[in-house]
Design a binder for this molecule. Structure first.
Ligand code: TUI
Length: 314
């Protein structure tokens, strides 16, 4: 299975399954577990200072001999230094999020890293492929955390048609059906964040995981639209205050103050009422915590049946 998959061949991985590079919880523990299970694990650099990232990369190198990557969050105040660490450590795969990584592409290409930006539009996908992106991750608005406007179902085929590099589908995918759907849209691989939050290896606080377990289809809301950086999170006390203030036209500085430290509050302190519980819309379907290896094996095992079900309809 997957012997001819272009992403598996490009990255030298067994399964075309990426782990989303999640701030605070995309640690070396999670990334190495995903890579050891045959997927592509990613350390989520988020707002990490460069020395902390270097330590995570070294831990990951110690825990897996398989390819892994770093996701660089382009809104980080440390983005320049973070990119220097990634280049210095010769990280084999670099994904980016929350912006345009164009200026960093030459340095990354020079050391032979595969550069795979997350895009939320056809225009950015085309621009980045023109300047050397090796593949793109088309991430729909169903995703958790910082998001674009277009849903996975319309975004993926439009990006597939617009570029001549492999496309990884992300947003709303957590099982074999989702993977089969991504392939049907022309994607060559999938990226999952929420599903890996609900793994044994993910260090998210148990309150966080328990809240995700209880989530239903309509449990997420989007904050920050008025600031121009929308984020999908589970509705809670924080989002009720935030959305009320946003609707009342509160100034950007006041809204930003509410957001400071809120992700760490939820992921590490377990305060899921006053913190940001970032998760995608597929969280309504996530009802168990499994080892990473089992998550990946279950999805791969279920793929033939999911494809057969497609054929039953025509
Ligand atoms: O990056 C993500 N998801 C994230 S990053 C994050 S950490 C954070 N914390 C607080 C506030 C904001 C972020 C949590 N979740 N996903 C990848 C992604 N990238 N989704 C959407 C985009 C995107 C959006 C616009 C990529 C490029 C883009 O282009 C802007 C441009 O310059 O054209």
């Amino acid at each position: 299975m997957f012997e001819n998959n272009v992403i598996c061949k490009m990255l030298n991985i067994k399964y075309p399954i990426f782990q989303g590079g999640m701030a605070w919880i995309g640690t070396a523990e999670l990334a190495s577990a995903v890579s050891n299970a045959g997927g592509l694990g990613l350390i989520g650099a988020g707002h990490m200072p460069p020395d902390v990232l270097r330590a995570e990369i070294r831990k990951c190198k110690g825990w897996t001999d398989k390819p892994f990557g770093v996701n660089v969050m382009l809104m980080s105040p440390f983005v320049k230094e973070v990119m220097e660490v990634v280049v210095d450590e010769k990280v084999p795969v670099v994904t980016t999020g929350a912006g345009n990584p164009g200026e960093y592409l030459p340095a990354l290409k020079e050391i032979g890293s595969k550069v795979i930006p997350v895009v939320a539009s056809v225009a950015l996908a085309k621009r980045l492929v023109r300047i050397g992106a090796d593949a793109v991750i088309a991430e729909g608005t169903e995703s958790g955390g910082h998001i674009g406007e277009i849903a996975t179902l319309p975004l993926v085929p439009q990006v597939v048609d617009a570029v001549d590099v492999p496309v990884i589908a992300a947003g709303g995918i957590a099982d074999s059906r989702g993977m089969a759907a991504a392939f049907a849209l022309g994607a060559h691989a999938v990226q999952m964040g929420s599903r890996f939050v609900m793994s044994e290896e993910c260090i998210a606080h148990e309150n966080y995981k328990n809240m995700v377990m209880k989530a239903k289809d309509r449990s997420t809301v989007v904050t920050g639209r008025t600031l121009g950086h929308p984020a999908r999170v589970l509705a809670n006390k924080l989002t009720r205050t935030y959305l009320e203030m946003e609707a009342a036209g509160a100034p950007a500085e006041e809204l930003e103050k509410l957001g400071v430290g809120s992700l760490h509050r939820a992921t590490h302190e377990g305060d899921v009422e006053n913190g940001s519980v970032m998760i995608g819309q597929i969280s309504g379907m996530l009802e168990d915590i499994k080892p990473v290896k089992q998550i990946i094996e279950d999805i791969v095992k279920g793929l033939p049946a999911a494809v057969e079900r497609l054929q039953a309809n025509y």
